[in-house]
Design a protein around this ligand. Sequence first.
Ligand code: UN1
Length: 498
Amino acid sequence: MAKKFRNFINGKWVDAESGETFENRNPANWSELIGTFPKSGKEDVEHAVEAAVKQRDVWANLPVPERGQILGRAGDIMVERKEELAKLMTKEMGKVLKETKGDVQEGVDTAYYAFGEARRLYGITSPSELPNKTAYTITKPIGTAGIITPWNFPMAIPSWKIFPALLMGNTVVFKPASDTPATATKFVEILTEAGVPKGVVNLVHGPGRVVGEAILEHPDIGVISFTGSSAVGRRIAEVAGKHLKRVSLELGGKNPQIVMHDADTNIAIEGVLWGAFGTTGQRCTATSRLIIHKDIYDEFMDILVKRTKELKVGDGLLKSSDVGPVINESQLKIVLNYVEIGKQEGAKLLIGGNQLTGGKYNNGFFMEPTIFTEVEPGMRIEQEEIFGPVLSVIKVSSFDEAIEVANDVEYGLSSSIYTNNIIYAMKAIDKLEDGITYINAPTIGAECHLPFGGFKNTGNGHREGGKWPYEVFGEIKTVYIDYSGRLQKAQIDIEITK
Ligand code: UN1
């Protein structure tokens, strides 16, 4: 019997009011049912928000270091259960075990950051323009945060959002992706075990267009944090805009790795293999374009093809696997369709391009690591986020051309350049229109204490990681204290002139 999972509302595990459920299966072995989950509706979101609103004071009145201590404890529990959590995550979303352990670790790191931040959360103090008057800032919670997360980092991404939201004193309504509801459930269990009081974090499973939409529209949700596609992000921003809600969006990427002719070829090859095919290419930071200088092209591509052929695709639970399955059938179809698009556009399918079938592959959604060459700037496979193990290779003749190609997309999340020439490296840092630029390292692998997010259509200007999300989840209050014993008029009693 598959395990029956529930929503978590006001400290109780409950079914959807409709009683409806959906299934969650293992993408490496579709016959394995992870569990059934409530297919929630608007009414379930309403109960969750009601609980979250009711518990606001309980949570916000705790001193910040006390809230931080609870979050730190959540990090400790994640450390203790890392193995078990990683296994569950691999089963429900496919990426290989060493990567799911990394995902849990990113959650741990974020928890410990929150623990430390609890003893900072600095405001500013400032002189006043008037005598016997002083000014400083404090930060108050917004109220209740709506957190909507994707399946590719099922523990790390909820951590990036929920730990800061909670530390800032907000209560939370959390809607995880329907492909990773079990990891999300574990996350909420851990928070509860760590001491987060009832009603402070509420978990509602179900489809985005129903549950997500109800969260967006609810007047008592003051801030939304979302990671996912640019199409959905745009929709979220529209609804949030209508209600004047704050919204933080982390969206798509079409991340380039540039390799200059002077680069260390072997390191650059290892970089692109990891960036393009790690997590089966299903990261918003994945390397989906290799922009390579013509002088090293032939030699580089020969080794890259050889090394790509050596990658072992398989169940992420097996030690031998380098690349796990694609998340589900519909995503596999989207990726395979991009292979057709690439062929029709005139790119050359150099290696891969097919679903893997037969034997151990029969029950899952596996795909060959795929490389297109002769890709021209402007082709759809060069412009659009594919979110699968597909790499487009573009040959260029100069550094300037490499930068031009790299920037000529609607996204701007992460970029990389392999070079031993300091001038190329420094110019690339200056010119690449991305929120993250790596020198001699792949486009993936951001660390949790540094800002994470992108330029252009990758988001709406906010950053996750480090202290930045704490700004997203707080309302700043400026305090003026006048101890002059009389009415002082700013801008009038003192005119500052040249
Ligand atoms: C994502 O793909 O949405 O930088 C997040 C990285 C990871 C996070 C990726 N630390 O690749």
